[in-house]
Design a protein around this ligand. Structure first.
Ligand code: SF4
Length: 370
């Protein structure tokens, strides 16, 4: 238990983030979006947690809220053993040297007017008391670590490809040796041929530095390749979480099964049953009652439309939120109670939505962002 506590880098408990929208004229109650709804998760030092889900599920909001780039509405965040949920701005700024983020778009995330030297120096000047010469050595070492080298110091972002820009963004994020790096779709904007290079770079840097990662992505191939654990989100909630190999090999939640089934399987590994996902994700402004997934779930029962399942341990280091799963382990009972026809359950036909890539594809390709 002592080891577990010492190794714990981040504990998020009951984190929520709501956004208010101005309502229509004469509308009594302005609509509220629960972008992140009562999420709890942990991250150990040196570990990589993937957060996956369709566009609009709240995964990027979650990553920003747990870093307090946007302020959470509720919940607590304990980072490096310290409750940072309500730290004053000056103390939070100081804490940020230990938590950095790489965004999706390497073209938009780097100031085009700054040189590479200035870009990587910026966080050092903000957080490190070293001299200019000492900082230059740190900048050069960070650029070496991402495979760029000091010869790029006086060049500007527009002189580089997307993959090279993402390497610069990673150097800028890693130059302070953070304990946590959040990657918000870090390879999604990159050419397929560059994605694997950036993922391999992140893996190597983690081996060398022990930095923990949270990788937000809709690309299951990338998540499977780089992560130790994965949390699957749907409409602001985590619906399944566990070791990445177990979740991909034997997904338990119906939504995870749909996502995993959409990932192409190498021919040598045989066929995987396709589980179609129909319909659009409901508007976060008016999420369905009960289980948010019930309008698209091929296994829904009547209870699902009125009763929201809790995220519970289902054994083997895994958690899932589904009425068909028992806390002692996966046990999907036969569906004996059909959902009423007016409950709006989608008919399971058509193709799964969302782009998923297999690990093999990812390895043969490349992509990146900051
Ligand atoms: Fe489907 Fe019901 Fe499970 Fe939700 S609780 S995932 S609707 S079976």
């Amino acid at each position: 238990m002592a080891n577990e506590t010492e190794n714990r880098l981040l504990t998020v408990t009951g984190l929520s983030k709501t956004f208010g929208y101005s309502g229509k004229l004469f509308q009594r109650v302005a609509p509220v979006v629960h972008a992140v709804n009562n999420i709890s998760l942990t991250l150990d030092r040196g570990e990589t947690l993937g957060i996956v889900g369709e566009s609009g599920c709240g995964k990027s909001t979650l990553s920003r809220a747990l870093m307090r780039i946007i302020e959470p509405t509720a919940g607590t965040i304990t980072f490096r053993g310290r409750d940072i949920t309500t730290l004053p701005p000056a103390e939070m700024r100081a804490e940020r040297q230990h938590m950095q983020i790489v965004f999706q778009d390497p073209f938009g995330s780097l100031n085009p007017r700054m040189t590479v030297r200035e870009l990587v120096d910026e966080p050092l000047r903000a957080h490190s008391p070293g001299t200019k010469v000492e900082r230059l050595e740190q900048i050069a070492a960070a650029l070496d670590a991402v495979g760029m080298g000091r010869h790029v110091l006086d060049r500007h972002p527009h002189e580089f490809s997307g993959g090279q820009r993402q390497r610069i963004a990673i150097a800028r994020a890693m130059v302070l040796n953070p304990e946590l790096l959040v990657g918000d779709e870090p390879v999604s904007a990159l050419d397929v041929s560059v994605r694997a290079q950036i993922l391999n770079l992140l893996k190597r840097l983690q081996r060398q530095t022990g930095t923990a990662y949270i990788i937000v992505s809709h690309d299951l191939g990338a998540i499977r390749y780089i992560c130790h654990r994965v949390a699957v989100m749907y409409l602001g909630r985590i619906v399944e979480e566990g070791p990445v190999d177990a979740v991909f090999r034997d997904p338990q939640h119906p939504y995870t099964r749909v996502l995993v089934a959409a990932v192409p399987v190498p021919r040598a590994h045989g066929r995987r049953e396709r589980v179609p996902l129909v319909g659009e994700m409901p508007s976060p402004l008016a999420p369905p009652p009960g289980c948010h997934f019930h309008t698209r779930c091929p296994s829904a029962i009547a209870r699902c439309a009125v009763d929201a399942p809790e995220l519970r341990v289902i054994g083997d280091g895994r958690r899932a939120a589904c009425h068909l799963l028992t806390p002692s382990g996966p046990a999907a009972p036969p569906i004996t109670e059909p959902l009423p026809p007016d409950a709006g359950v989608a008919v399971p036909e058509g193709n799964a939505s969302g782009h998923m890539q297999s690990e093999n594809e990812t390895n043969n390709q490349g992509s990146n962002h900051t």
